[in-house]
Design a protein around this ligand. Structure first.
Ligand code: SF4
Ligand code: SF4
Length: 333
C-alpha cells in the first residue's frame, strides 16, 4: 500500500500563540483563500515552489544551466519564470550557497509524527501540544487526519488552525482527533470578504456553527479560539468588530474560550519579493497601540464575555514600527 504523504511548508517549535501551552506548529502547504494581508504567501500554493534569496547568491549560474525546464535566467540576479518552473528542486540541489530554496517538503505520516514527538517533554510540562496550521490545515485532509490519529495515540494535545473554507466531510474526518480549533472570523460583510480574501464568508459562518454543534453532540473538540486579523484599511473598523462580537454572541457557546484580535504585521514583505509577487500592503502602517486598545475595548464592550478577548501582534509607536509580539512565522488569520 502506498504511504500517505503530505506537503509541509515548515515546522516551528516553541510557539506560544497557536493554542494552549508551548506548541509545535506544522505549517501545511495550500490554502483556498488569497487574503490580501496574507503573512505566509509561500503557503498558498499546494505545490512545492522555489524562491531565490539574493543576499546568499554568489552568481555562479549553476542553477540556470542545470534547470531542466529552462525556467531560470540571470540578469543582475536570478529571474524565475514561474510559468516554466515545475518545482522539481534540481536548482536547489546544485546551488552551492543555499540561495535557491525549495518551499515545501513531502513527508510521510510516520516520519512527521516521529519528528514532532521530539518535543513531547515541552508539551507535557506546559500543557501544550501540536497545532496543524497553514496554509489551510484541512486541505490535505487524509494526511492530516492520520497525523492527528497518531498524535492522539501518543497522548498529545492537538489543535487545527482553519480559515473555515472546507467541506463538512473534512471536518467530520478531523474533529474526532482535535482538542482545540483555532477559527478565523475575518470580515462579516460578505462583499468585503470576497474582495479581501477571494471568497464569500458564507461557508465560514456555516462551518463554525457546524463545529459548535458537533462539539455539543460529541463533547470534542473541547474548545474553539476565534481569531480576527486587524488589518488597517481592511478589517480593522468598528462595525466589523461589533458584527463579529454579535456573531460570537449568537453562537453563545461555552466551547468558545478565546477571541484573539491579531494586529497586522508586515514582517512578510521580503517573502513577497522572493516569490516575485507585488504586495498591496507593502507600505501599510502598523496599528498604533492606541488603535489596538480601541478595537480591544470595542470587542470587550460588545461580546457577551469580555474575558474572551485577547490581543497580539505588532504596533507602531511614535512613527516607528515596533514589534511587540513574536517575530516568528505566524499562523492563522
Ligand atoms: S546556483 Fe545558487 S549561487 Fe549560483 S547563481 Fe544560482 S542561486 Fe546564485
Ligand atoms: S525547481 Fe526545477 S523547474 Fe523550477 S527553477 Fe528549479 S530546477 Fe527549474
Amino acid at each position: 500500500m502506498t504511504a500517505i504523504t503530505g506537503i509541509v511548508l515548515e515546522i516551528q517549535r516553541m510557539s506560544t500563540e497557536d493554542g494552549p501551552g508551548i506548541r509545535t506548529t506544522v505549517f501545511m502547504k495550500g490554502c483556498p483563500l488569497k487574503c490580501v494581508w496574507c503573512h505566509n504567501p509561500e503557503s498558498i500554493r499546494l505545490k512545492q515552489q522555489v524562491q531565490w534569496i539574493g543576499s546568499r547568491c554568489i552568481g555562479c549560474k549553476l542553477c540556470v544551466t542545470t534547470c531542466p525546464n529552462g525556467a531560470l535566467s540571470f540578469d543582475n540576479g536570478i529571474i524565475i519564470d514561474r510559468t516554466r518552473c515545475k518545482g522539481c528542486g534540481t536548482c536547489t540541489e546544485v546551488c552551492p550557497s543555499t540561495a535557491m530554496e525549495l518551499l515545501g517538503k513531502r513527508w510521510e505520516v510516520n516520519s512527521l509524527v516521529h519528528e514532532l514527538l521530539k518535543d513531547k517533554a515541552y508539551f507535557l510540562t506546559s500543557g501544550g501540544g501540536i497545532t496543524i496550521s497553514g496554509g489551510e490545515s484541512t486541505l490535505q485532509t487524509k494526511f492530516v487526519q492520520q497525523v492527528l490519529i497518531q498524535l492522539k495515540h501518543h497522548g498529545i494535545h492537538t489543535a487545527i488552525d482553519t480559515c473555515g473554507i472546507c467541506n463538512q466531510h473534512a471536518l467530520d474526518m478531523l474533529l474526532p482527533y482535535v482538542d482545540c480549533v483555532l477559527y478565523d472570523l475575518k470580515e462579516m460583510d460578505p462583499q468585503k470578504h470576497i474582495v479581501f480574501t477571494g471568497k464569500s464568508n458564507d461557508g465560514i459562518l456555516k462551518n463554525v456553527r457546524f463545529i459548535i454543534e458537533y462539539m455539543n453532540n460529541h463533547l470534542y473538540p473541547r474548545e474553539v479560539w476565534i481569531r480576527t486579523p486587524l488589518i488597517p484599511g481592511k478589517t480593522a473598523y468598528d462595525e466589523n468588530i461589533v458584527a463579529i462580537a454579535h456573531y460570537i454572541n449568537l453562537l453563545h457557546s461555552k466551547a468558545i474560550t478565546r477571541w484573539d484580535l491579531c494586529a497586522f504585521n508586515n514582517l512578510c514583505k521580503d517573502k513577497y519579493t522572493r516569490l516575485g509577487i507585488s504586495w498591496e500592503l507593502e507600505n501599510a502602517p502598523l496599528l498604533t497601540k492606541e488603535e489596538l486598545m480601541h478595537f480591544e475595548a470595542i470587542a470587550r464592550e460588545n461580546v457577551y464575555n469580555p474575558a474572551l478577548v485577547k490581543t497580539s501582534g505588532s504596533t507602531r509607536i511614535e512613527g516607528d514600527e515596533v514589534l511587540v509580539a513574536k517575530p516568528k512565522k505566524m499562523s492563522g488569520c
